[in-house]
Design a protein around this ligand. Structure first.
Ligand SMILES: Cc1cc2nc3c(=O)[nH]c(=O)nc-3n(C[C@H](O)[C@H](O)[C@H](O)COP(=O)(O)OP(=O)(O)OC[C@H]3O[C@@H](n4cnc5c(N)ncnc54)[C@H](O)[C@@H]3O)c2cc1C
Length: 508
């Protein structure tokens, strides 16, 4: 996207300087790409055997299967203002769009369905169609500005104040209150509750409606696509882009001390706040370390991946075409389940997110079979095996589902954290979005990417704008690092003129 304010151009002032990035999630890789495009020589250090962080995939259900180990569906990947400036399609990234981004089955009657088309969705929602239209049409109509407003650092003067105000007016309230105030039918309320549950917070908390509003608008505006061939195609494309600018990734390199990644003019940490304090704390001001240590992680997820011998027998056949299916029933059932999870209890019927990658991307499973991806929200660090509750939630809305299962793999919150140290307690979005942490990430500061020590920056999902695969945290952190390098270049290359301060001796 030439001419975008988010594109990073070669800059002679910083060319040839060096950067180390610790962690190769989408934010670490995006930071690395932005720096490398400016001309900085970048090395990324990754603890795992492959780059990509929580955007990796593997054949864990057997030959011919591709299972997304972390992220599955990418509304903000396709919409990301930074990723859109990179031609990642030349490195093989292809978004595959379902014509139904979101499906939401109910116990009785037809499912609530969000089509790509806003008009078709409104028509399908019957008595709530006009309320749905009024909620989403203004945001969809100004989508570029809306997404840019949301994916910028929250406490800076916004580039798009009108879009931010529009989003804030609709999103400031609890999702539960907005759903009840705007919609009369259980179908519309449940549909809104499912998208709002991406806040991973109780739905009676302020600002949770913002998630329903934003994720819902994304479904109509740019869709909720999957990456053809697996989410690791996103990581692979970013690595290829980095390498095309001379950057490199070193895998199997767990960094516990900054000395391991030096010398480097700047260091960017794609790590959670506690890990940043562990790795870099000795060089940081005490107040910064205190702020990082005070970070609260959110609740976890328990993941189950299935291999099926055919499609899921949903109680509404349209759901077979949905990329994502939200399971939890009515607004009040989902609200109760989310409240339980935040209180540390395990609901009998948890909120479950299902992704049907192979229904829209046939490369994901052997012919005639399907992979199905699901996770339930659980209390942080839960050790309770809730996989059977995930099975039961799917069976509830797809009678006969269990008979279709020919392979199954579970990942508990602890398994996820072992796989990727940033997923503390199974938290998949880098920390709770509740309270002040929605705006003040990763600590109370107007410079969220700076660690308060020269040349040290943080770029993970725990910085603004939060979790998700969009690379914007990495992009903003890279811009902060580039500004630092430019300041250094200006002060060394163009020394300030000496000012002669007159003394009494100079007096005539
Ligand atoms: C199960 C699951 C489902 C998700 N679903 C979606 C989804 O559908 N859509 C979406 O947009 N987002 C989703 N997310 C969230 C999204 O994946 C994350 O928000 C995103 O990956 C965060 O990127 P990051 O670069 O900040 O960190 P990460 O992707 O977590 O990457 C951090 C990297 O740092 C490495 N690392 C950690 N410590 C060290 C160390 N000391 N030294 C070196 N390397 C280290 C880790 O190994 C990892 O590779 C999901 C996440 C999970 C786990």
């Amino acid at each position: 996207m030439s001419g975008s304010p988010y594109s990073v151009a070669h800059d002679p002032l910083v060319a040839g300087r060096t950067a180390s990035v610790v962690g190769s999630g989408p934010n670490g890789l995006s930071a690395a790409v932005a720096l490398a495009r400016a001309g900085v020589r970048v090395t990324v250090y990754e603890a795992g055997p492959e780059p990509g962080g929580a955007t990796r995939s593997a054949a864990v259900l057997g030959p011919g299967t591709t299972v997304d180990l972390g992220s599955a569906v990418h509304p903000f990947g396709v919409a990301s203002p930074f990723l859109r400036t990179l031609d990642l399609s030349r490195h093989g990234l292809e978004w595959v769009q379902p014509d139904i981004p979101v499906g939401h089955p109910l116990d009785d009657g037809p499912a609530a369905v969000q089509y790509r088309s806003l008009a078709r969705t409104a028509a399908d929602l019957g008595p709530d169609g006009s309320a749905w239209w009024r909620l989403y049409a203004p945001l969809v109509g100004a989508w570029e500005e809306t997404v840019a407003a949301f994916l910028g650092p929250m406490l800076r003067p916004p580039r798009h104040p009108v879009a931010l105000a529009r989003l804030s007016i609709r999103g400031a309230l609890p999702a539960q209150a907005i759903a009840r105030a705007l919609f009369r039918t259980e179908r519309a309320r449940a549909l809104f509750a499912g998208t709002s549950a991406h806040a991973v917070l109780p739905l009676d908390r302020p600002l949770t409606a913002a998630f329903g509003v934003l994720f819902g608008a994304a479904a109509h505006a740019t869709g909720w696509p999957v990456a053809r061939g697996g989410s690791d195609a996103i990581a692979a494309a970013l690595v290829a882009e980095l390498e095309s600018y001379g950057g490199r990734v070193v895998t199997g390199a767990e960094i516990t001390d900054l000395a391991q990644v030096r010398p480097a003019d700047v260091v960017l940490l794609d790590l959670g706040p506690h890990a940043v304090a562990d790795v870099a704390g000795a060089e940081l001001p005490a107040a910064v370390v205190r702020g990082l240590r005070g970070w609260r992680y959110g609740t976890g997820v328990h993941k189950v991946d299935y291999l099926l011998d055919g499609p899921v027998p949903w109680n509404d056949a349209r759901l077979g075409r949905a990329g994502t299916v939200h399971l939890g029933g009515s607004l009040m059932q989902i609200a109760a389940a989310e409240r339980d999870v935040h209180a540390g209890r395990h609901p009998g019927r948890p909120f479950v997110l299902v992704a049907q990658q192979s229904a829209i991307d046939v490369s994901r499973a052997p012919t005639g079979q399907q992979v199905l991806y699901a996770y339930a929200h659980t209390p942080a660090g839960s050790t309770v095996a809730v996989g059977d509750r995930v099975d039961a939630q799917i069976e509830r809305f797809a009678p006969g589902f269990r008979d279709r299962v020919i392979g199954r793999v579970e990942s508990s919150p602890a398994d996820l954290e072992r796989w990727n140290a940033n997923l503390v307690g199974g938290d998949v979005i880098g920390g709770s979005m509740g309270g002040a942490q929605l705006l003040l990430r990763p600590r109370a500061t107007l410079r969220p990417y700076s660690l308060g020590a020269p040349g040290l920056f943080m770029c993970s999902a725990s910085t603004p704008p939060g979790g998700g695969v969009h690379g914007m945290n990495g992009y903003h952190a890279a811009r902060a690092a580039l500004a630092h390098l430019r300041r250094g270049a200006r002060s060394t290359r163009a020394p300030a003129p000496t000012v002669h301060i007159p003394t009494r001796k100079d007096s005539p």
